[in-house]
Design a protein around this ligand. Sequence first.
Ligand SMILES: Nc1ncnc2c1ncn2[C@@H]1O[C@H](COP(=O)(O)OP(=O)(O)O)[C@@H](O)[C@H]1O
Ligand code: SF4
Ligand SMILES: [Mg+2]
Length: 444
Amino acid sequence: MPTKRDTGSALDRDAVNGPEPLLAVRDLEVHFALQGNFVQRLLSRETGTVKAVDGVSFDVQPGEVLAVVGESGSGKTTLGRALTGLVATSDGSIRYRGQEVADMSDRSFRPLRRKIQMVFQDPHASLNPAMDLETALAHPLRIHGVADRAETHRLVRDALERVGLSPVERFLGKLPGDLSGGQKQRAVIARAIILGPDLLVADEPVSMLDMSVRAKILQLMLDLKRDLDLTYVYITHDLATAKFFCDRVAIMYLGRVVEIGPTSQIFADPKHPYTRALLAAIPDPDPERSLPTDLPRGEIPDAAEPPSGCAFHPRCPAAFDRCGWEGRDLRSLLESHWLTVDEEVYERERAVVGTLDELSAPGATARISPQGGHSVTDVRSVLDRVRAADPDEPFWSGVTSIDDDGSAVTVHFAAGEDPALRTSGGVEVACLLYEPEGQGQDTR
Ligand SMILES: Nc1ncnc2c1ncn2[C@@H]1O[C@H](COP(=O)(O)OP(=O)(O)O)[C@@H](O)[C@H]1O
Ligand code: SF4
Ligand SMILES: [Mg+2]
């Protein structure tokens, strides 16, 4: 196989660095089976697996705010749901104050669930439209059976007061439909703090709100953190808000953490090429604008069929020979080449190489059979022209040789590696440009 995962992980399974973390996540995986269409389901054939969270490790210290940043589809929500027990984990460990919570049955997790609460992205969908605020806030207290009538009465009022929905008497009887977006999110936050949690996992809590109220809600969260000794995992696709809101930042890409470290360091000296691209995409003068996803070299790939080697390699401007090149990359290269040539050239080259279906096969080699009376020499000429058009394209660094047996051309790729997190200059980064510390210099 062309891909191996290196073992230079910086987070040792039982590493003890400093005080006991509030949350210790190790090698966490959440997989979803893709069930396919009705007939495939009927035959109970799985059609694949999405590794939404694929081996994530990090600690969260008490009182800390950890940002989890990544594009849509990178696994942020699934990670948050796993931390709060809302989705079953497939592998790995989540320890809360040293106690394993990943593999607990729902019932035994319940007392701990009070301590770890989630604030969802869409405040509207998080509130029952038929429930007034007093009932909605009392609901978790009832479920957990933790307060009598008088205590419930007091706690509901206190929570509303704390989130700024006051005078409280005016809000108790309101339905979600009576509230603005910002007020709804305040109500959701009130419901999340009412059980006295230690940790809030906030999943893009302001991304669906008007610009004008975003800063106010974030300030509210900071005030609550200070007053109630909270710890946050703050999920966002917006690296700009993470800058002032968070102590540390974890950058996610296709189910993995690719860089994690103190916010100041990540902003001053981003190491992973993906982090650099995200930072470069922040429009500086307006820190409130969310980050555009038009990173170089295309879209985030399908999580059900991640690229081999380093999953970022098809988009990485710094990619080199060991990054995991494969037939699919040649296919993308030919397809983007055809977008730049005349119709007539496209027709001619397409007639030589055909539909390129052979290039979808994984592996360290890629075959192209000449079509309809063409020869292997014609195929080689197409490849030569593509290379000549952009000789600096990182793809070619991964091609070790091209040969043919008279009936097909075979492109051979350098062996790819799947980089694990390694410590480099005070952060942890999953990129082959950085050697694990103690194993030589980084090669930037
Ligand atoms: N319940 C599910 N069933 C199947 N696939 C899922 C499910 N939830 C999420 N996914 C997939 O997992 C990946 C990560 O999704 P998600 O955690 O929502 O990412 P993010 O919050 O970063 O946008 C995506 O490819 C998504 O399609
Ligand atoms: S290992 Fe580093 S250089 Fe290679 S593709 Fe991944 S991020 Fe880019
Ligand atoms: Mg999400």
